[in-house]
Write a protein that binds this ligand. Structure first.
Ligand SMILES: *[C@@H]1O[C@H](CO)[C@@H](O)[C@H](O)[C@H]1NC(C)=O
Ligand SMILES: *[C@@H]1O[C@H](CO)[C@@H](O)[C@H](O)[C@H]1NC(C)=O
Ligand SMILES: *[C@@H]1O[C@H](CO)[C@@H](O)[C@H](O)[C@H]1NC(C)=O
Ligand SMILES: *[C@@H]1O[C@H](CO)[C@@H](O)[C@H](O)[C@H]1NC(C)=O
Ligand SMILES: *[C@@H]1O[C@H](CO)[C@@H](O)[C@H](O)[C@H]1NC(C)=O
Ligand SMILES: *[C@@H]1O[C@H](CO)[C@@H](O)[C@H](O)[C@H]1NC(C)=O
Ligand SMILES: *[C@@H]1O[C@H](CO)[C@@H](O)[C@H](O)[C@H]1NC(C)=O
Ligand SMILES: *[C@@H]1O[C@H](CO)[C@@H](O)[C@H](O)[C@H]1NC(C)=O
Length: 738
């Protein structure tokens, strides 16, 4: 309720200035000041109530100025019964040769309808040796009062009018004339002119006048009026329809009663007479016939239900099944009172339901979109082709799993940064844990061109069927993401490179183990070269790409640069790939890609195992930088024993070491044709190894069996425990069929 009352007040105030309520054919405003009836300008007596309210609009100014006698009018308000005027001030300036008393006293006279507002105005004097006097007339027949202001020094800024440089006093009610005068408090004996030369006195709206310290010197400048540059203060006067109270006017003289229909009367608080106001629910000019007009309250619906505007009020109706009781409550048909709060609660619940329902629908649509996107990626990444091929290789179906993106997301804890175990040009490798606690490595590839998709599928198919205990196993892939993800078994114990060269592993691998690792690696490479058709050339054989599991079993990894090379063709590649120090010099010269490139790189690994030196090191003298070349020249000079690692020289059988060194040298032949095949290398190493271990037993080299499409023969040793050392994983980019 309080709210709607407030609303009405706002509406009333707003509309009062919007509708000044002037009689038809009369001037509505002068300058920016509107002229509501009973006020009017011009000679037409119809335009104002009586001569009391006749104002003059002086059009010789621009904009025109509304005048009440000598006083410019700034505002006329019907609601408060006030009119704001501008009045001149009194000024008393002192000079050493005598005082200038030109404006030191003045009288302002209002006509009968007006009184100086005792609530809005205060009598004010400014000065440092000032006595200001006010009264109704010069002779002070009704009252006399005043104030004194004295000061010797001054401060700056705005402060209250407190007697130091400025004094103020109230004025009485019912004041029609106002006289004021100024004088010196000390007969000018105070040297006040050192501080200020002038005193000022005036009546002013206390809201308008705010005392500033600078007023002591320059007050008149500050308050000059816009239109004629005369110093003036704002004074509020109360007006009323004078000489009769409401009662008298209604009884004695109904014809001249000023308040028209839908209005009520209120006696003036300043002098005799009354004012008119529109009734509650109406707005406009109560002094004009039909001036008070109904307010359409329903524009800003104050009801909780439906609003119907009625003259002077409005009717609220309630939702169906209920009926109104007053304006705030609704009664249900059963007679039970339903408080508005509960109605609001009901509406809120309905809204809440709608919000939930729509967000659920939105969520559903988003989910469908996501599913569609996944399907798109799946197809774009060759998922259908893969599925088709996989179903034709029934035996391998169980091994190559197509993971969903959710599974992998969960396994890597939404690709958490702490799960990253390797990063490189090829992509990022994450460690993942499947719900059955199996540890996996997930490689997120970098951009794959759509033209490579078929080859990507081939790779996945072939790699998934490479089932060799010394090749890192591809478990599956995920094609639902924009870039395909590959899933590998997790190899826990770091790379061969780390084991040979890193301080933390230094000397951890005995010569016997080195020989075994070499043999295992050679077996894996031989398998790649011979098992698949066309053969797979690794192209980036290096110690860093040989992973070791917890039993230090070698696992060849990182097929990122690998190629399928048709047997009857010489592969020409435009892009040289590989790692410096391991790179086949013949391949560098001719760009011809053959299995023998891998043989050369493997030779470098053999030398690495023998010498414990890095394939390429700029810490060494220039002729020793490239390990392969250094080794070959040492062999020629018969200094082989000198460059062996101490541990190796100590542990190894001299003859066996010589054999391995000779094998390495053959692998490092510049002419690829003179190098042995990987299979020969593997068999030779295996022979050397077995001879060392059990010189009396002869065995088949099992690792060189090829198992394409036959998982039953494979034996993978666990190798899924946690470690962060898996660095290099695979995307094969095969160029089969070219
Ligand atoms: C108004 O009346 C006065 C005298 O009664 C006359 O001097 C003046 O010209 C009139 N003005 C107009 C606008 O009629
Ligand atoms: C308008 O103001 C000017 C300047 O104060 C004055 O000379 C003139 O008489 C005024 N006109 C009327 C109609 O009061
Ligand atoms: C006139 O007075 C009304 C009511 O006091 C006020 O809202 C309005 O702002 C005033 N207009 C001017 C120009 O002073
Ligand atoms: C004020 O001072 C003047 C001269 O300075 C003197 O003539 C006059 O009598 C004094 N008036 C009063 C009331 O002291
Ligand atoms: C008074 O006003 C004049 C011009 O407006 C200005 O030059 C002067 O500095 C002012 N004096 C003081 C004391 O503010
Ligand atoms: C108002 O009443 C006073 C005395 O009560 C009288 O002198 C004056 O003429 C009256 N004025 C009007 C406009 O009736
Ligand atoms: C307001 O509505 C009630 C019932 O809803 C009706 O009886 C009454 O006449 C209405 N008042 C007006 C002014 O329409
Ligand atoms: C409105 O409600 C009040 C109190 O809840 C009750 O006294 C009054 O009879 C009701 N009026 C109608 C018209 O139901």
């Amino acid at each position: 309720m309080a709210c709607s009352v407030l609303l009405h007040l706002i509406l009333l105030t707003a509309s009062a200035s919007a509708f000044p309520g002037t009689k038809p054919g009369c001037q509505k405003s002068c300058g920016e000041v509107s002229i509501p009836y009973p006020f009017g300008v011009g000679n037409d007596t119809n335009c104002f109530r009586d001569s009391e309210f006749q104002l003059v609009c002086n059009i010789s100014y621009h904009p025109p100025v509304l005048m009440y006698g000598d006083f410019p009018v700034l505002n006329i308000s019907l609601l408060s019964g006030e009119m704001t005027l501008q009045t001149k001030i009194s000024e008393d300036c002192y000079y050493e040769n005598g005082k200038n008393s030109a404006d030191d006293s003045s009288i302002k006279t209002l006509s009968d309808a007006f009184r100086f507002s005792y609530t809005r105005n205060k009598f004010t004097a400014i000065g440092c040796d000032t006595i200001a006097f006010m009264s109704d007339t010069e002779l002070a027949t009704i009252f006399g009062s005043g104030c004194i202001s004295w000061c010797l020094n001054t401060e700056n800024g705005e402060r209250s009018c407190d007697g130091k440089g400025c004094c103020q006093t109230e004025i009485p009610k019912n004041l029609e004339t106002f006289y004021m005068s100024l004088d010196s408090f000390s007969n000018y004996t105070n040297s006040r002119w050192k501080y200020t030369r002038c005193s000022y006195a005036f009546l002013a709206d206390k809201e308008w006048f705010k005392f500033l310290e600078s007023d002591i010197w320059n007050f008149s400048k500050r308050i000059e009026s816009n239109f004629d540059k005369v110093p003036r203060t704002q004074v509020v006067v109360d007006w009323a329809i004078r000489n009769q109270s409401c009662k008298e006017a209604q009884k004695v003289d109904p014809a001249s009663y000023a308040c028209k229909e839908n209005s009520h009367c209120s006696d003036s608080s300043n002098g005799p007479g009354y004012l008119c106001y529109c009734k509650y629910g109406y707005q406009g000019n109560p002094y004009l016939p039909g001036g008070c007009q109904d307010i359409n309250e329903c524009i800003n619906n104050p009801c909780k239900g439906l609003c119907t505007n009625t003259p002077g009020s409005y009717n609220c109706s309630c939702p169906p099944g209920t009926h109104a009781n007053g304006t705030t409550d609704c009664i249900s048909s059963s007679g039970k009172k339903i408080p508005m709060e509960r109605l609001m609660l009901g509406i809120s619940l309905v809204l809440l339901f709608l919000v939930i329902a729509s967000s659920w629908m939105y969520w559903g649509m988003q989910k469908r979109k996501l599913t569609e996107l996944k399907r798109k990626f799946f197809q774009q990444n060759g998922g259908l082709l893969l599925q088709q091929k996989l179903s034709s290789h029934e035996c391998s179906l169980e091994r190559t799993k197509i993971f969903t993106s959710e599974e992998l997301k969960a396994a890597t804890n939404n690709y958490e940064e702490s799960r990253i175990i390797g990063q490189g040009g090829y992509g990022v490798v994450y460690k993942g844990i499947l719900p059955d606690n199996k540890v996996i490595a997930i490689k997120k590839a970098k951009v794959i061109e759509s033209s490579q998709i078929d080859q990507f599928i081939n790779e996945v198919l072939i790699l998934s069927q490479i089932n060799h205990r010394n090749v890192v196993k591809l478990l599956g892939c995920c094609l639902e993401t924009e870039l395909p993800l590959l899933v590998y078994e997790f190899i826990s114990n770091g790379t061969l490179f780390e084991h040979i060269h890193d301080e933390q592993y230094k000397c951890s691998v005995s010569w016997a183990n080195r020989l075994r690792i070499a043999s295992e690696t050679a077996g894996a490479l031989a398998y790649l070269h011979s098992a698949a058709s066309p053969p797979i050339i690794h192209r980036d054989v290096k110690s860093a790409n040989i992973l070791l599991d917890e039993n230090n079993i070698a696992k060849v990894s990182d097929f990122g640069a690998s190629r399928l090379v048709p047997l009857d063709q010489v592969q020409l590649t435009t892009l040289i790939q590989g790692t410096l120090g391991y790179l086949d010099p013949e391949y560098l010269l001719t760009s011809q890609l053959t299995e023998k490139s891998d043989v050369y790189s493997f030779g470098v690994i053999l030398v690495e195992l023998l010498t414990g030196m890095k394939a390429l090191s700029f810490d060494r003298p220039e002729e020793e930088r490239n390990l392969a070349m250094y080794f070959v020249s040492s062999m020629k000079e018969n200094r082989m024993m000198e460059i062996l690692e101490d541990r190796v020289a100590h542990e190894g059988n001299i003859e066996q070491l010589r054999e391995v060194a000779r094998l390495a040298k053959r692998c490092l032949q510049l002419n690829g044709d003179e190098r042995p095949t990987m299979k020969e290398v593997a068999m030779e190493l295996e022979g050397l190894r077995r001879l060392q271990m059990h010189p009396w037993i002869e065995q088949n080299p099992e690792e060189t069996e090829y198992l394409l499409g036959d998982p039953s023969k494979s034996s993978i040793n666990g190798g899924t425990e946690c470690d962060d050392s898996l660095r290099n994983e695979v995307i094969l980019s095969l160029e089969g069929g070219r």
